[in-house]
Design a protein around this ligand. Sequence first.
Ligand SMILES: [Cu+2]
Length: 223
Amino acid sequence: MRVGVIVAAALGACALLAGAAGASHADAPVLTGDVGAGDAYTITLMDASGAAVTHLEPGTYTLVVHDHSTFHNFHFSGPGVDVMSDVDAVGDKTFTVALADGTYFFQCDPHSSQMRGKFTVGTVAATPTPTAPAAPTRLTAAIGAGSKFSLRPAAGLTAGSFAITVSDRTAADGFRLSGPGVVKATGIAFKGNLTWRVTLKAGRYTFGSVRRAALRSALTVGS
Ligand SMILES: [Cu+2]
């Protein structure tokens, strides 16, 4: 009788330990912190799907940090959590972190003004991330001797903002671009490089010689 009671108590303790260990490791979603790849001043925190973390439910997570640089580090902090990789060291570190309602921060300590991010957990509402305006599509245009002109790329373009670098290598003609919402031309006597920032709409544009309409090509911009 006495022996039976002791065995039951020991089994119960084992089951409790196994349960706690399983909850904190095997089932924990993985978050991946990445800092300083190629010694760049970049820091990111991604969820298991590869998306930037903006909001999480409270719980236990496995934080895997990839620290690629000897002058950056990954420092993660917030309610109940304060873990980091070493600034001098390169390598991977894994932390088990319990996230509670609140705001969490990650940063590179030596460069915290520019290398930082944050996200919210639980009842704290996510702050909407402002979407950065898309970078303009870069095109290269040229006109040279004999009014020989080019625009690259001149196919597969879709409506949006463009930065067109124009190289006008002749004082006998200029480069012209026109179409919906845009009429741009370099001076005939002008020689040199300049950049036009334009918005191209879906439709048909022409580009080429300022002097001779016959020396122009069509450019179709898709929607
Ligand atoms: Cu840094």
